[in-house]
Design a protein around this ligand. Sequence first.
Ligand SMILES: [Zn+2]
Ligand SMILES: [Zn+2]
Length: 121
Amino acid sequence: MTDNAKIILETINNSNDHLTAEEIFFKLKEQSYKIVLPTVYNNLNTLYREGLIRKVSIEGQPDRYDKSIKHDHLICQKCGKISDFNFDDLTNLINEQLNDSIISYDLKVNYICDECKKNSN
Ligand SMILES: [Zn+2]
Ligand SMILES: [Zn+2]
């Protein structure tokens, strides 16, 4: 793995946010790390292909990158905030209904977050 790939992977693994390529780029800039945005994109694609990171795609938003460790996502339909949540593993249920073995699944649950609920009162 190249130094660039390593530092990008570290940035994602050390963050509790779901960072876009640009946010990762600015984080590295803040640390005076010399890198250009296209290099960030290239490395993100490679890390994603190798299964080392996850991609969270939401309509109307740039792709966000995330730790590969298994977890699900709650997405607020009002403010667009993404929160991590661990629902019960559905792999067996899906395998049974599909009558086949899946590789993985990506669960995104839409809801209204507590903050937005409070604000609408
Ligand atoms: Zn919200
Ligand atoms: Zn996440």
